[in-house]
Ligand binder design. Structure first.
Ligand code: PMP
Length: 357
């Protein structure tokens, strides 16, 4: 008897992909994907206006040299300590492929950025999730024991909570056997960066993004800073996969954005001020939430289920993020918009909550 014939399907990789937040068309109040409500630095617009289509005949600089140099100067490190990629998703993906190549499971919180387990599955990296505490805090004692790697989003998403930089340092110190990646996508909204620790710890890699605090989600720019050996290893992997990652326009836009520190600081401060007001207003409406250090608030209501709120808001063209996942399925992740957008949110919420009474 002959076995059933194999088909091409037996050779196909099957994965369960990450599901990004909805990008609705048309005029809506979009508080569902943690974008910045303000435009990028004015110099970025200049770059776009002055761009010459003829330069696109040529490949972009594979080293992304101009932006690497700018970031190195901005963060006080050597260019050889900076890796730039197509959003921090690309950077973190490359970090998984490079830094988590051992046999031991890597570890990350059970409630965190839902791309981590997707990369682990894709790259066939064994992993374990460590439950965050009841109040959603990450406790580094829960990470004791030898690991193949650790990744922590700090502040964490979608919980919005920050782990102190001294705890981050302790974690890195306790795990010299592996690389600890600290994903700082939201750090610019009042968090404390672990970047100064990079000089001290060869096993620390810090990643950041231009998508939130620099209002450039559509341009796709992210970066990692670490010691030279680690950055070299990640670059080698990148050059083994796709040499030309950032396009010419993105490189120039990134440079322009970093050069305007004043605009960056002003915009972040505006988002933080709106967030602090949002905490008061949401509490008045009967919401509770962890103390956010990000550009979003992770909120649960005392009487109305999160799913109902999300659906009712959507009917009113207000989009917020809902995750149908254990432990967090009664929470909404609400991105901080402009003051005007937030006022529209509060009125809609008040109406919905009154209706449900
Ligand atoms: N890390 C975290 C924690 C995030 O929430 C996001 C945004 N989805 C990213 C990384 C990736 O952002 P980007 O690729 O736009 O830099």
């Amino acid at each position: 008897m002959q076995n059933a014939m194999n088909t091409y399907l037996d050779n196909i990789r099957r994965v369960v992909p990450y599901v990004p937040g909805e990008q609705p068309a048309g005029k809506v109040i979009k508080l569902n994907t943690n974008e910045n409500p303000y435009p990028p630095a004015p110099a970025v617009e200049e770059v776009l206006r002055a761009s010459d289509a003829d330069v696109l005949r040529k490949y972009p600089d594979p080293t992304i040299g101009a932006l690497v140099k700018e970031l190195a100067a901005e963060y006080g490190v050597k260019p050889s300590q900076v890796f730039v990629g197509v959003g921090s998703d690309d950077v973190i993906g490359m970090a998984f492929l490079t830094c988590f190549a051992g046999q031991k499971p890597i570890a990350f919180p059970d409630i965190t950025y839902s791309f981590y387990n997707v990369w682990a599955e894709l790259f066939r990296i064994p992993y374990e999730t460590i439950p965050v505490r009841e109040d959603f805090s990450v406790c580094i004692d829960d990470y004791d024991g030898e690991k193949g790697g650790i990744i922590i989003a700090n502040p964490n998403a979608p919980t919005s909570l920050e782990l102190s930089v001294s705890s981050v340092e302790e974690l890195v110190k306790r795990h010299p056997e592996c690389v600890v990646v600290v994903d700082e996508a939201y750090v610019d909204f009042g968090g404390t960066s672990a970047l100064p620790l990079v000089e001290k710890y060869p096993n620390l890699l810090v990643t950041q993004t231009f998508s939130k605090s620099r209002s450039l989600a559509g341009m796709r720019i992210g970066f990692a800073i670490g010691q030279e050996a680690l950055i070299k290893a990640i670059s080698d992997v990148k050059y083994s996969y796709n040499s030309y990652t950032l396009n010419t326009t993105a490189i120039a836009a990134g440079v322009a954005s970093v050069r305007d520190r004043g605009y960056f600081e002003k915009t972040c401060a505006k988002v933080v001020a709106t967030r602090e007001r949002a905490k008061e207003r949401l509490a008045e409406l009967g919401f509770s939430f962890p103390d956010s250090k990000t550009n979003f608030i992770f909120a649960t209501h005392e009487s109305v289920p999160a799913k109902t709120l999300q659906e009712e808001l959507k009917k009113r063209s207000i989009y917020v993020r809902y995750f149908a996942k254990p432990r967090i399925d009664n929470y909404l992740r609400i991105t901080v918009g402009t003051d005007e957008e937030m006022e529209a949110l509060y009125s809609a919420l008040r109406e919905i909550i009154d209706q449900c009474r």
